[in-house]
Design a protein around this ligand. Structure first.
Ligand SMILES: NC(=O)C1=CN([C@@H]2O[C@H](COP(=O)(O)OP(=O)(O)OC[C@H]3O[C@@H](n4cnc5c(N)ncnc54)[C@H](O)[C@@H]3O)[C@@H](O)[C@H]2O)C=CC1
Ligand SMILES: O=C(O)[C@@H]1CCC=N1
Length: 269
């Protein structure tokens, strides 16, 4: 990855998290380029991070890796416009788009292209990303290594056996940060309704999420046992968890993830 030129097509929320996350991990800004139809986004990235920006032709010409970071709905048009502009025949294409299958990307970019489909998430910005990856048969081991290194620089990177697993990863970790943010919002709101200062409620809700995540990720103990260690028999947590179970918490989560997975499959068409 050290000497690779990485170009982003689309410089929105997810590209920003990846670009800023890579720079935080000491990838030289001169190795990163981005294009977007919104020139304000490019100007901000250039002034904040010092990366190269320009039109599709200029960022695609020298790229060793092109990261497709536009919405699924415009991916076909973006790829068809991009295809003749890709300068290097061994340029690796990384798509982070939800839903769009490799066969569609091949149709729009040319069948011989090495393509890795990834599903990252926005905590990549702070080096805590979680990405699932799937490579097509045209990818060499070196190209797979490169994709894994890029995503691994900003968090954990897990290779998937089947392309369809990407839709599950989308429902789990791609969309997942939003579920935890919603939980923080809901906890904060309830605490304020119970009389706590909003500022204090927010700080404690966020720190509790951070602490639980850190504890779960650094401990050998599984989340169910960590949960039991908080839950004193006859105590307060027990009452809260019983209330959640009565309200169907697990079903709510499973149904929500199925809805996200179903939407990912729909975006393929
Ligand atoms: N936001 C997230 O948490 C995640 C998003 N993704 C995927 O990342 C992709 C981008 O999503 P977001 O960053 O959230 O969307 P976004 O709307 O913030 O960014 C998309 C960017 O593409 C630009 N764009 C549109 N047409 C273009 C064109 N023809 N050429 C160049 N740029 C163009 C837009 O101006 C915009 O800045 C989507 O495919 C999404 O499925 C994947 C994982 C997580
Ligand atoms: O909501 C979306 O469609 C994208 C994909 C995963 C997270 N954000």
């Amino acid at each position: 990855m050290k000497n690779s030129q990485i170009s982003f097509i689309g410089a929105g929320n997810m590209a920003n998290s990846l670009i800023r996350g890579l720079i935080n991990k000491n990838v030289p800004p001169s190795h990163i380029a981005a294009t977007d139809i919104d020139s304000d986004k490019l100007a901000e990235l250039q002034s904040d991070c010092g990366i190269n920006t320009g039109d599709s032709a200029s960022v695609a010409a020298q790229a060793d890796v092109i990261v497709l970071a536009v919405k699924p709905q415009v991916m076909a048009a973006v790829c068809e416009q991009l295809q003749p502009l890709i300068g290097k025949s061994d340029c690796l294409i990384i798509s982070i788009a939800a839903g769009i299958p490799v066969c569609s990307l091949q149709k729009w970019l040319g069948v011989e292209r090495a393509i890795v489909r990834c599903m990252p998430n926005t905590p990549s910005l702070v080096g805590e990303g979680a990405t699932g990856l799937y490579a097509n048969a045209q990818c060499s081991d070196i190209q797979k290594q490169l994709a894994g290194d890029i995503m691994g620089a900003v968090g954990i990177a897990c290779w998937l056996q089947a392309e369809s697993d990407i839709d599950t990863v989308t429902a789990l970790s791609g969309s997942g940060p939003a579920y935890f943010f919603l939980m923080m919002e809901a906890m904060e709101k309830a605490a304020v309704q119970m009389g706590l200062e909003p500022n204090v409620a927010r700080q404690l809700a966020i720190q509790t999420a951070l602490g639980a995540g850190k504890l779960a990720s650094t401990s050998d103990v599984a989340p169910d046992e960590l949960r039991r260690r908080v839950t004193s028999p006859g105590g307060t947590t027990e009452q809260a968890l019983l209330s959640m179970a009565r309200d169907g918490f697990e079903t709510t989560v499973a149904t929500a993830m199925q809805a996200a997975q179903k939407r990912a499959a729909e975006l393929a068409n």
